[in-house]
Unconditional design. Sequence first.
Length: 136
Amino acid sequence: MKHASAVHEAPPVVGVIDPDPVAREGLKRLLQPVGVDVATFDSAESFLLASGGKHLACLIVDLLLPGMSGLELLRRLRSGGNDVPVILLADESDVPTAVAAMREGATDFIEKPYGSVAVLKQVQKLLRGHGGALHA
């Protein structure tokens, strides 16, 4: 039987789905110093095949993915009962897309190029809300 302290020591996992390897690596480097593990994926399909987000603290998703879009992934997660917090990133934010994302259950909608501070603050807020330990 595991001790309760061992369970709390496991860092929260943040999923990053972005077709751009430079963007994925940048988000990974941004988030790891605050005490999270980062799982990266190049498409919604590769994410769904790997895990489906069952054990993620939150998910950062590019809206414009090859194949299934970020918004379609969000719809699929929600229709399957997965309520993982999702932050959508978009190159060109427009009001109808942002409204659609929020209606589908997105936690936040951040326009690219995003500021590192904006993403980091939102992830920290989500992890604090889900009992995730963070190192500031």
